[in-house]
Design a protein around this ligand. Sequence first.
Ligand code: FAD
Ligand code: SF4
Length: 456
Amino acid sequence: MPEQDPLERIRNFQEVPYGYTEELAMKEAFRCLQCKDPKCVEGCPVNIDIPWFVRLISEGKFIEAAWKIKETNLLPSVCGRVCRQEDQCEKRCIRAKKGQAVAIGALERFAADYEREKGDLAVPEIPAWTGRKVAVVGSGPAGLTVAGDLVKKGHRVTIFEALHVPGGVLMYGIPEFRLPKRIVAAEIAYLKRMGVDFELNAVIGKLFTIDDLFGEGYEAVFVGTGAGLPIFMGIPGENLIGVYSSNEYLTRVNLMRAYQFPECDTPVLRGRKVVVVGGGNTALDASRTARRLCHVDVTVVYRRSREEMPARKEEIQHAEEEGVKFLFLTSPTRYIGDRDGRLMKAELVKMELSEPDDSGRRRPIPVAGSAFQIDADVVIIAVGNLINPLVPRTSPDIEVSSCGNIVVEPTTEKTSKKGVFAGGDIVRGGATVILAMGDGRRAANNIHEYLKNRNW
Ligand code: FAD
Ligand code: SF4
């Protein structure tokens, strides 16, 4: 897919890949073999009928292709951009066995963008109101999917969102150059047109509890509050000025537009030497954001080797093209500040890989006597997140696991509290957009059954 030149793109926040033209999309779609037993579909967590939508593209029926995808995926323009197709549908594509998989993600993005830009985005016919009200807590991909599916079944749905902008990580976490905000905003506008209500700045657990929502006449509640609580490493110096969690850093830039400070209220330190700790998508999003903000030295420090990095390959490649440096098999041990508490240096230690741990990946252990220091005036810590604890803490009758995640029945998304369902990262810990959406779809079906069968 054609892309912005790296030297150009580090000076702006615009999306990196331009997307297919109609000709390129049709040419790529023709590569699909229309397998009788399509393995790509088995690799898709929401079982999109991939050969069918790809065939529609090859026939020039782009809007029909988008409709086909939307039968199983509410947010194709999002998933076409951020899903790990290389580990899912494209990994199983028969074409991948002898060459390159069909670019299923890029085709999904093309069809959804085409529909948004050229189609009339007609709202489906909504059945008469069933008389039932459902509250959805959190407006990330899990909550949006539940809401979309339930209004289509005739229920009245209100999404309660803690932030002033809906969309969850899609809005505050994933940067503009990977997922333009206007695309998420368009999906949300579409849900509003379908009749979903949004209550913003509404922190459930502070403003209302789950029981309060039942008291307000909601008959079922879906909790999709995500995993937004940053993990720190507990090493000295994490309180120094200049040390951020990736959540804070990305939220300041994405949501609060810190790159426009002082026109916007929220600043962010730009720095001369930026160190990002971690190896996942979040670390790479933070490093690429820092490169764009200040065009300075940005180094990602990761405790395992390149092969073990959980980030998408495409992102690693994009970061390298943009001049982000990598220190593999390295981990911070402390941060050193000046007298005013401002970060000056990071002390790092070399690591080596020992036997595989529970995750199946080889466990990194420090190499004795290998500590060294590098200059750093901004450190961004991206080593993972825990779930947002407020809802489980204020509803103690919702069962949680030893690490605090909400426990659900795997096939129904039911929690231990009657009428309360949950899904997405609050159940799985930090996972993926498509898994959150899959949970949302299952929960919506089961909430619908619950409302139908309940003895009133
Ligand atoms: P979230 O998206 O976290 O949404 C939860 C929402 O609930 C938030 O809006 C939050 O404000 C709100 N909330 C929390 N507490 C309350 C409360 N008490 N009351 C009301 N509202 C509340 N996944 C991919 O598949 N591909 C990627 O490329 C990718 N990149 C990522 C990059 C970053 C920087 C991050 C952080 C994550 C990334 N992920 C990616 C993971 C993916 O975004 C998440 O798995 C997904 O967003 C989880 O969806 P969710 O609906 O469960 O929660
Ligand atoms: Fe087409 Fe590949 Fe799916 Fe076969 S496996 S139907 S070639 S996308």
